[in-house]
Design a protein around this ligand. Structure first.
Ligand code: UDP
Length: 455
């Protein structure tokens, strides 16, 4: 038999591709061959944003299959995209596996590692008699709730179409897991009911096919959330997955990283900078965008703000003036090397949307959070950050649902002067560090998994 060869297939979104890529590198460091499969559309983005040294192509095999939509079709139409994926990708995946397996007897694909939202890929592998692994890019708390969906529906507590709560304000799974609040469930999308239905359907489907997988991996740390892990059969926490844990630093970005911000951070005083980033999907309307800009200006501290090209909807008329006014204190980039930023001694806190990967990044670096969740599991992640781990503060909207510049200023000042939160963040950093070194829980789980792959 040749060396083990795994095929990895993430859901087509940055917050899924990134942890999968970090994981791919980690297993490739252990002598396992990896073929990383994206849709053609995502593959093109990755290749366009590849760093010059082109480290990815030399270490990981990048492959792609069609998602069924034409090049110019709107992939922000989630319903159309998910229907198309389900219709065409299983067939293309099967063909790809057959092609690889027929071309080289020594490097046949021995295992498929699929996104927990891609149950269909596990079904393809199952039918082909190949080992199967589900990888969950969000936290165990959200996954634990997903595992309870059938029971909650049976008890009449969940709407079967969009997963909203019926007759209850919240659900409590266990004493140590923050309550799941109505409209702030892991599939909640307050501004987009169709997306909520899709997210709920994906979560429901994910747990239905979980029994097809030989393992379930999670980008988390057992000690961070042992109660939730205990509710999930066969989960192996192997996080935090950080690019700095493997050889090379490629993180599978869709956008070019602007590394000039590291030089800028070098010039700022230690513990002074507010890092502001809302991941890859959050979109602000013009009024809220302006209010955030004015809030950062009002605070008067140095800030590094990631403003993606598609971050604001509508025109942001005052923005050029703002940039001129804050030129001395502020640095704006369209995509940052986030791990390196969070690890930088100049950073004081992270104004974040609380996406699970960003949460793991900042926990791994010991940075306190100011939470501004946007949708889905980000709400519950905020509950962990503020109520369970006590490493951050939340922002309260005004009577019109907006977060005002004054609220931003007040909470940043409160956060940076809170020594208790800083100490808790340091403790979690240490816990995360210990989990991935020899003898730690994530280290042991990862070794167990890699050894099993080699058998
Ligand atoms: N990220 C980055 N640079 C940025 C903003 C984000 O590298 O300027 C990365 C971040 O490290 C994380 C991912 O993008 O791995 C975002 O995932 P997350 O789950 O936090 O949010 P999502 O994009 O899914 O909403």
């Amino acid at each position: 038999m040749g060396r083990p060869h795994v095929l990895i297939i993430p859901f087509p979104a940055q917050g899924h591709v990134t942890p999968f890529m970090k994981f791919a590198y980690q297993i490739s460091d252990h002598g396992i061959k990896v073929t990383f499969v994206n849709s053609d559309f995502i593959h093109e983005k990755l290749v366009a944003a590849l760093p010059d040294e082109d480290e990815a192509r030399s270490r990981i095999g990048l492959a792609s299959i069609p998602d069924g939509l034409g090049p110019g079709e709107d992939r922000k139409d989630s319903l159309k995209l998910t229907d198309s994926i389900l219709r065409v990708m299983p067939g293309h995946l099967k063909e790809l596996i057959e092609k690889v397996n027929n071309s080289n007897d020594d490097e046949k694909i021995t295992c498929v590692i699929a996104d927990s939202a891609f149950g269909w890929a596990l079904e393809v592998a199952d039918k082909m008699g190949i080992k199967r692994v589900a990888f969950c890019p969000f936290g165990p708390g959200s996954l634990a709730l997903a595992f309870h969906i059938p029971r909650l529906i049976e008890a009449g507590l969940l709407n079967t179409t969009d997963g909203s709560l019926l007759n209850h304000e919240f659900i409590c799974l266990a004493k140590d897991i923050p309550a799941f609040i109505s409209n702030r469930l892991p599939w909640s999308c307050p501004t987009d009911p169709t997306l909520q239905e899709i997210c709920f359907r994906l979560a429901f489907k994910a747990i239905q096919v979980m029994n097809l997988s030989n393992w379930l991996l999670s980008n988390s740390v057992y000690e961070l959330d042992s109660s939730a892990c205990e509710l999930i059969p066969n989960i192996l926490s192997i996080g935090p997955l950080l690019a700095s844990h493997h050889l090379g630093h490629y993180a599978g970005n869709f956008w070019h990283e602007d590394s000039t911000c590291i030089g800028w951070l070098d010039k700022q005083p230690a513990g002074s900078v507010i890092y502001v980033a809302f991941g890859s999907l959050a979109i602000f309307n013009q009024r809220q965008f302006n209010e955030l800009a004015l809030g950062l200006e009002l605070v008067g501290r140095p800030f590094l703000w990631v403003v993606r090209s598609d971050f604001a909807d509508g025109s942001v008329a005052e923005y050029p003036d703002f940039i001129e006014r804050v030129a001395e204190n502020g640095k704006i980039v369209s995509w940052a090397p986030q791990e390196k930023v969070l690890a930088h001694p100049s950073v004081a806190c992270f104004l974040s949307h609380c996406g699970w990967n960003s949460t793991m990044d900042a926990i791994g670096m010991g940075v306190p959070f100011l939470c501004w969740p946007y949708f889905a599991d980000q709400f519950h992640n905020q509950s962990y950050i503020c109520d369970k781990w006590k490493v951050g503060l939340g922002l309260n909207p005004d009577e019109n649902g907006f977060i005002s510049r004054h609220e931003i200023k007040k909470k940043i000042e409160k956060l940076v002067s809170d020594d208790g939160i800083k100490a808790n963040a340091e403790k979690l950093k240490e816990m995360a560090r210990k989990s991935v070194i020899e003898g730690g829980s994530s280290y042991k789980n990862f070794q167990t998994f890699v050894e099993a792959l080699k058998q």
